[in-house]
Design a binder for this molecule. Structure first.
Ligand code: ATP
Ligand code: MG
Length: 368
């Protein structure tokens, strides 16, 4: 799959821009704060309807503008697609796939996928569990529409249940609706757990191989999925997981009512990442952290490729500048096999190394 053309209107610091990309490699270079990351962000947004650094769509609209328009011409599954999104300050965004209005971002993910790697991804290893859940959710929402639907249902049920538990003291009759939302939480939660467990199993194997390669076989990376304690084997089928999750919820019912909080469920899931048997969050060095994060992201890309038969577009933001030559070489060897966008600083030797199309970005303007 590839993006052949991108047109931006009032997206971040791009007022008006049209770009035609190379099917293999696109190097984006320029000084700081010119719009390199913004360009990758636009490609990411078109692939999944979200950006990993913007909290709301409004942030993406040019400071002086009322709305932003992104259009991408994508070639995927042997067909041409035109994706269009319009973002507004005051109302909901609009999405189109081949001129057909679309309600959900999963429709975009059906067309093409991206894997974004940026320096902040080190937080994937270092931060709390929320960062790792975000990684799982972002990967799975693009890959599995059923997961995206289950996650949305889970979040809705969770929000309702939280409100019921919070307000039930004042409004006793709210408790009558609790079983219904609990059941929704259980049904959707079991699907979420199932997909996360399956994905982590594949991820762990590929990421471990990547990490071993990158560290010259010196280090072993292990990734284990952690979910609610009573589920012994999250790889079981959905009916079995539903039953176990229901039993878990029943066992926690009185504790939840007493604390008036949703105590446990996949909203607390985590990935335990270890290097040579030690928790990477606590003990890994900077280099190890970087290698582990990169190994996970490259594994994500490989899983997409195995599932869809096509490599997702790889967006690498400022990654090489942080790596030593050995690891740089590892990355450059690994990125072949799909369309890649890679940003680098003004005087980097990367454009010469990689070939493909080279774009120079200056103040929200790209020139080849
Ligand atoms: P660096 O090398 O430092 O990573 P960069 O080229 O990746 O820089 P970007 O992150 O793409 O830089 O941002 C470029 C500029 O876009 C910033 O100066 C920022 O102020 C500006 N910018 C961000 N959001 C908006 C917006 N909504 N409207 C206009 N400009 C914006
Ligand atoms: Mg940047």
């Amino acid at each position: 799959m590839q993006i052949d053309r991108l047109s931006l209107e009032n997206f971040r610091n791009y007022t008006r821009q049209e770009l035609f990309f190379d099917p293999v490699c696109n190097v984006i270079f320029g000084e700081n704060a010119q719009g390199k990351t913004n360009l990758l962000e636009a490609v990411q947004y078109l692939s999944c309807g979200r950006s990993n650094r913007a909290k709301s769509d409004r942030e993406l609209i040019g400071f002086q503008a009322e709305n932003a328009v992104l259009v991408g011409n994508i070639f995927s599954r042997n067909r041409d697609f035109v994706l269009r999104t319009e973002l507004y300050r005051e109302k909901r965004r609009k999405l189109w796939v081949n001129k057909v209005p679309s309600k959900t971002a999963s429709d975009l993910s059906q067309v093409f996928q991206t894997v974004f790697f940026c320096p902040e991804d080190l937080l994937l290893i270092r931060d709390g569990a929320a960062a790792r859940r975000r990684f799982l959710d972002n990967a799975l929402c693009q890959l599995r529409p059923r997961y995206a639907a289950a996650l949305a249902a889970y979040r809705r049920a969770y929000a309702h249940k939280t409100r019921i538990l919070r307000d039930c003291e004042e409004q006793r009759d709210l408790l009558d609706t609790l079983p219904e939302f609990n059941e929704r939480l259980i049904q959707s939660g079991a699907v979420v757990i199932h997909y996360r467990a399956q994905f982590t199993k594949k991820l762990a194997a590929i990421a471990a191989a990547n990490h071993a390669d990158c560290s010259g076989g010196k280090e072993h990376l292990s990734v284990v999925y952690k979910t609610v304690s009573t589920i012994q084997n999250p790889l079981e089928d959905i009916p079995a997981l539903t039953q176990q999750f229901r039993a878990h919820m029943e066992a926690h019912r009185s504790a939840e009512l007493a604390s008036r909080l949703c105590l446990s469920g996949p909203h607390k899931d985590d990935l335990l990442v270890e290097i040579d048997g030690r928790d990477a969050k606590t003990y890994s060095s900077q280099g190890q952290t970087r290698t582990a994060a990169l190994s996970l992201k490259l594994a994500e890309r490989e899983i997409y490729q195995n599932v869809t038969g096509e490599a997702p577009i790889l967006l690498l933001d400022d990654v090489l500048s942080e790596l030593d030559p050995r690891r740089q070489e590892f990355v450059l060897n690994r990125i072949a096999g799909g369309q890649v966008f890679i940003t680098c600083c003004e005087d980097d030797r990367l454009p010469v190394l990689l070939g493909g199309r080279v774009f120079h970005i200056f103040a929200g303007q790209a020139t080849e």
